[in-house]
Structure formats: C-alpha cells, structure tokens
Write a protein that binds this ligand. Structure first.
Ligand SMILES: [Ca+2]
Ligand SMILES: [Ca+2]
Length: 286
C-alpha cells in the first residue's frame, strides 16, 4: 500500500471513521485527498490565545540587533508546545511532504559545532544510524523554514512573526526569560532544557542531553503558559532579517548556554536547511 494511502487509513482509524462500504470508503478517501485534514485526533495542536498588547522588544544589554523598541502586537494564537515528531509524522503521512534535508541529502548536527551530515533528516536526526524510537513526544527537528511553513499551513496556521514570538515569551514586564529573571537552574529548579552554563555544548544535568519531551519544564512556562519558549529547540519565525537575508529563529536550544535562551536573543538561518536543534511552533490569527 502506498505510504499516503496507508497514512489516510491510519488517520481514519484515529478519527473513528469506519469504512464498512467500499464505495463509501472510496468517496471518503477521495474527499480526503483534496481536503486539508483537521488536526490529528491523537495529537491536537493545542493553541493558546494571546491577547496582544504593547511591550518593549529587545534588551539594552544584549546584542546590537536587540536594540530596544516599542512594539504593539494584535491578538493571535500560538501553540502551547513545540511541534512533536508524532505530529510531524502525521503531517508527512497525510501529505507526502518531502523535507528540504531529505531533498538535499543532508542536515546539520551539533556535537559542539555545526557539522553537515549526509543522510541526516527528520527521521534520522543525527544521521543514518539514528532513529525516532522513543521520541514521539520530542520536538521535530531537521525541518527547514520551508518545511515549517508547510506544516503550519497544512493545519490552517502560519509561523509567528518574531514580535509575536517575543511578546508570547515575555509579556509586558520586561523579563529576561519566559519565567522571569532567575537563571534557568537557580535554586535547583530546572526551567528549561539547555546546554552547559558556559558556551556551547549539550548537557544532561537538566535530565536531557539533546531534546526533551515537550512540556518537561513546567517551572519555565511563559506568562501565557507556553512551554519550552526557552530551550529544547530553536523555533523558526516568519520574519526575514533584512540585513542577512535569512529567517530569524528564537529561543535557544539544547546545545546553548543561558545567554542564548534570553527572550530577546535572535539568530538567523537560510530557509532551506535543517538542523538538529531547530524546530517548529505555529501561530494563528484569533
Ligand atoms: Ca540539556
Ligand atoms: Ca523552544
């Protein structure tokens, strides 16, 4: 059975649609071939309503591209969690989407510096010898900006603009991290999955060497209850950085030190590369 057809049948099972009559089954499958699926029944994309508001974006003590400015964002929605491997797998099964790393034949892997690894893609995040066993609820990685946009569009969503992302991460009170000003491990409380306290290696004293299941650090939620806005994986935004011609990613990841976990920290990547520390969180209009 072709993978797409198998994916549809699995989706129908999950959604409880029973196909007793072959003609009815053919009609339903034909309809599904032309219509976008709703959210996967087993792994819904939980959206949080962000009320919108005004805040001071940036950090006066940060990098030159974090120069503070007053910003107002309109109400929008943002996923409570990063997109998981289970959710990305359902998307691929339903659409046949081929990611940029699969198409190009390589992805980037971080053992302390970026290495281009042939055969690394979302199913084999570290290279051909790796797999996703036990990682269903971990964030999907090795997805390019274009792959992230396709995933969100499939669900009737979009990528967040970086102003929206930063407001959702910090609210209006000028905090440094989603949870406030405390260091991610202050007082023995773990607030994020990140790397060593000094640049720049993975570290598992927070429980996870690389990615963690999404939502593993409830002490680190943002003012709006969003998980892993700091750490676990970086998140693509819709925003093009005019100077570099690259797309902005936010939030830091499992291989970064706390400086990169700050809500205002910006990094930029080309739109067609996948990395094992960059994932997806979709936004939507109200
Ligand atoms: Ca860690
Ligand atoms: Ca994150």
């Amino acid at each position: 059975m072709p993978a797409r057809s198998r994916g549809r049948k699995q989706h129908l099972r999950r959604t409880g649609i029973r196909l007793r009559h072959p003609i009815a089954a053919a009609l339903v499958v034909a309809a599904l071939a032309t219509a976008a699926f709703p959210c996967d029944a087993d792994a819904p994309l939980e959206m949080v309503a962000i009320p919108g508001g005004s805040f001071r974006m940036g950090d006066p003590d940060g990098q030159p591209d974090e120069t503070p400015r007053a910003v107002t964002v309109a109400p929008f929605r943002l996923m409570r969690f990063e997109v998981t491997n289970a959710q990305f797998a359902a998307f691929v099964a339903e659409t046949g989407h081929v990611t940029d790393p699969e198409r190009r034949g390589f992805g980037y892997v971080w053992p302390g510096r970026w290495i281009r690894v042939p055969g690394a893609d979302w199913r084999r995040r570290s290279g051909p010898a790796s797999n996703l066993v036990g990682l269903d609820d971990h964030p999907a990685v090795q997805v390019s900006w274009r792959d992230a946009r396709a995933f969100c569009r499939h669900h009737g969503l979009r990528l967040p603009r970086e102003e929206e992302w930063e407001f959702a991460a910090r609210g209006s009170d000028g905090r440094l991290f989603p949870w406030g000003a405390a260091a991610p491990d202050e007082g023995g409380t773990r607030r994020a999955n990140y790397g060593t306290n000094e640049c720049c290696a993975a570290d598992m004293s927070d429980g996870f060497h690389e990615t963690a299941p999404v939502g593993s650090y409830p002490a680190g939620v943002s003012p709006f209850g969003l998980h892993d806005m700091a750490g676990n994986v970086w998140e693509w935004t819709a925003s093009l950085d005019a100077e570099s011609g690259k797309y902005v990613i936010r939030g830091g990841g499992w291989g970064n030190n706390p400086y990169c976990l700050r809500v205002s920290y910006r990094h930029k990547n080309p739109p067609d590369i996948g990395l094992d520390m960059v994932g997806i969180r979709c936004a939507g209009d109200p």
